[in-house]
Design a protein. Structure first.
Length: 267
């Protein structure tokens, strides 16, 4: 990756990697265009290295040169901590109550802008190591660092408490805010719309939020026709899809593309 002015090509690669799939986008930073937006599911029984090799073979864009490369680690092994309480010498201590940690785990952390929050997480080092061999040096972050920061940004003018739910196949994240203050972050696995509704209503109850009055915004892999939306709408009066019009206008995408790739496009 060459950052010399004369060598700039104004191309940026953002790659979002999970244990089950990879999504990536190629951005033209000069013209503010999405040149490519792809999703690549892994074969469940195949080794990660084999699936990443298939990714590089299928998409020649993965073998090009970029001014900037950012890798996002998409997993729930993270917890946001007030920066004033964060000690870099003991990162595992913040995760032990929310996820299973091991002596061999490698830890990383992201500072969240001006919010005095440090997101501590376990990066997917097998993926990181493979990508370093293929791509060279890059910056990496946890997906939920982007998610929390951008939703706090969007809550600047909100007077009441709000709940944001970022949905992906098999799991979802709940972020509750009051203005630009983070009230709660949590991640849940689900297998049915009933699971989804249970965890959402339980979380709202813990926050003393009334389903008749509280605003709940859905984003991620979700549409108004999705069974998750239909189930939640039955019990939550002020439920709606998150307004992604700013992303739609910026990158000339459909609302569904903007919602699905909210984290990727906000990096």
């Amino acid at each position: 990756m060459d950052n010399g002015i004369t060598a700039k090509n104004y191309k940026k690669l953002v790659l979002q990697a999970a244990a089950s799939d990879v999504s990536f986008c190629v951005l033209d930073t000069l013209n503010q265009e999405v040149k490519q937006l792809e999703h690549f599911p892994f074969i469940k029984t195949a080794p990660i290295d084999d699936e990443l090799w298939r990714l590089f073979m299928k998409f020649p864009e993965m073998r090009l040169r970029y001014d900037e490369i950012i890798v996002l680690h998409d997993n729930p092994f993270n917890t946001p901590v007030p920066t004033a309480l964060f000690d870099e010498s003991y990162p595992g201590s913040y995760l032990q109550f929310s996820t299973r940690v091991f002596d061999a785990d490698v830890y990383a952390h992201d500072a969240l802008g001006g919010y005095d929050i440090t997101n501590v997480y376990v990066p997917l080092m097998n993926i990181n190591n493979y990508l370093i061999d293929r791509l060279g040096a890059f910056e990496y972050k946890n997906t939920n660092s982007i998610l929390i920061e951008k939703l706090l940004d969007a809550s600047a003018n909100a007077v009441e408490k709000q709940v944001f739910v970022h949905i992906q196949p098999g799991h979802f994240e709940i972020i509750a805010t009051h203005g630009q203050r983070l009230l709660l972050f949590n991640s849940f696995e689900y297998a049915s719309p009933e699971d989804f509704l249970y965890y959402l209503l339980f979380t709202m109850e813990q926050l003393n939020l009334n389903p008749e009055t509280a605003s709940v915004w859905l984003l991620g892999t979700i549409t108004a026709e999705n069974p998750l939306y239909a189930m939640a709408y039955t019990y939550i009066r002020n439920l709606a899809l998150y307004d992604a019009s700013a992303l739609v206008a910026k990158w000339q995408l459909t609302p569904e593309q903007a919602l699905t790739n909210f984290i990727l496009l906000n990096t």
